[in-house]
Design a protein around this ligand. Structure first.
Ligand SMILES: Nc1ncnc2c1ncn2[C@@H]1O[C@H](COP(=O)(O)OP(=O)(O)OP(=O)(O)O)[C@@H](O)[C@H]1O
Ligand SMILES: [Mg+2]
Length: 381
């Protein structure tokens, strides 16, 4: 049961990551496997359950007998007639059963109503929209462009994205910068269809998300989320997420992510277990593992949401150098606060008030003296 519940909580905690990578099929299969183990084990140990049930029944019966003996004594020492005495016994005998049932009913009721309200909460939630899809703009192409038209989105009433328009050419690298809480990560979630916009369209290679279908989008667009989720499993399992990948491919991805050296020093190498949510790795190592996972997914479009924010300057530089080659010819969206990451892009979009406020190269935006110049103008390089 503990193996099953661990797999269940991990899957639910990492659900964004799993949906973003279109890996729900694999993780669902893993969960059912664990559930089957629980069932098989329960069947195999049924006799023990039976034995303990009998034992507890016996104990209960013993308790009742003690109570009866005590009752009998009380009756004997009072001045009841034999008839009254028998009546008391039969009343007792008839009452014990229903009282017992009432008590267990109450326990069952409270346990079930707690579970039921959570199940109802879950059932009341809307399902992810299922688009018919069918169009595959990624097929036979190295990469595709992204086009967003009049995108509007709000979580509650407060709009997060407001008539957002942007267009990214195939193979172009674009950085998105802006104040914290501005809606950059929200845009990433919308790109993958994790949320549905209230208005507007998102197109990949000229076809809208609805025409393509979310599964195809997620198979071809890989993201490194701002808070990557890791599983209490081996490095290899965390990298592959259930895909078939060779050792060489894993090591190549780790090389690009600047993590190969660290993993090689671990006694178990790729088979090292990272601990719950990756506690045995440092924050920067977790980020690099997430980058390696993205590389291994061999995507056509890449989105990096603060993917290198926890790295030291030297490691970040080395990672960007190695990644540049991998990203060559793949449309890339880099969301970052640090200038070192922003400068990897050909073009910068400045996010302000839920829309794109400035658009241009680094030098150009500095010269324009707007928000970008305020954010980065004082930095030397
Ligand atoms: N799941 C959610 N439910 C409700 N509101 C949310 C949710 N996620 C984000 N928000 C709100 O949406 C706004 C934009 O959040 P978002 O994560 O997109 O910002 P961001 O630009 O990525 O910021 P940062 O640079 O700090 O990562 C924030 O005001 C936040 O409070
Ligand atoms: Mg963010």
């Amino acid at each position: 049961t503990s193996r099953f519940t661990q797999a269940l909580t991990e899957t639910l905690e990492a659900i964004q990551e799993i949906r973003a990578g279109n890996r729900q099929g694999y993780f669902w299969g893993r969960l059912s496997g664990r559930a089957r183990e629980v069932r098989d084990f329960a069947v195999a140990s049924q006799w023990r359950t039976d034995a303990s049930n009998r034992a507890s029944g016996l104990l209960f019966q013993f308790g009742i007998d003690v109570f009866r003996a005590a009752a009998m004594l009380t009756v004997l020492f009072s001045d009841l007639s034999i008839g009254q005495m028998l009546a008391v016994f039969s009343y007792l005998w008839f009452m014990i059963g229903p009282v017992e049932q009432l008590l267990s009913l109450q326990y069952a009721f409270y346990a079930a109503s707690g579970a039921l309200s959570r199940i109802n909460e879950l059932l009341a939630r809307a399902d992810e929209p299922q688009y018919p899809g069918g169009v595959d703009p990624f097929k036979g192409r190295d990469t595709v462009g992204i086009e967003i038209n009049d995108l509007k989105f709000s979580y509650n009433d407060e709009p997060v994205l407001n008539n957002l328009n942007l267009s990214i050419a195939p193979g172009e690298k674009v950085a998105i910068v802006g104040a914290s809480g501005g809606g950059k990560s929200t845009l990433v979630q919308l790109l993958l269809g994790l949320y549905t916009p209230q208005a507007g369209t998102i197109r990949f290679g000229g076809s809208s998300q609805q025409e393509i279908g979310l599964a195809t989008v997620r198979d071809n667009v890989a993201v490194v989320l701002q808070h990557p989720a890791l599983f209490n499993d081996t490095i290899r399992a965390n990298l592959c997420m259930g895909r078939e990948r060779s050792d060489e491919a894993c090591w190549r991805a780790l090389e690009i992510a600047q993590l190969a050296h660290t993993i090689r020093q671990l006694p178990a190498g790729l088979e090292s277990v990272v601990g719950r949510s990756g506690v045995r790795l440092s924050g920067g190592q977790r980020q690099r593992l997430a980058v390696a996972r993205m590389v291994l997914a061999e995507p056509k479009v890449v989105v990096l949401d603060e993917a290198t924010s926890a790295l030291d300057a030297a490691t970040e530089y080395a990672l960007h150098q190695a990644l540049a080659q991998f990203l060559q010819g793949r449309t890339t969206l880099i969301i970052a606060h640090r200038l070192s990451a922003v400068k990897q892009a050909d073009r910068v979009l400045v996010f302000d008030g839920g829309t794109i406020a400035e658009d241009g190269g680094h030098q150009q935006l500095i010269a324009e003296g707007g928000l970008y110049a305020q954010l980065y103008g004082h930095l030397q390089h």
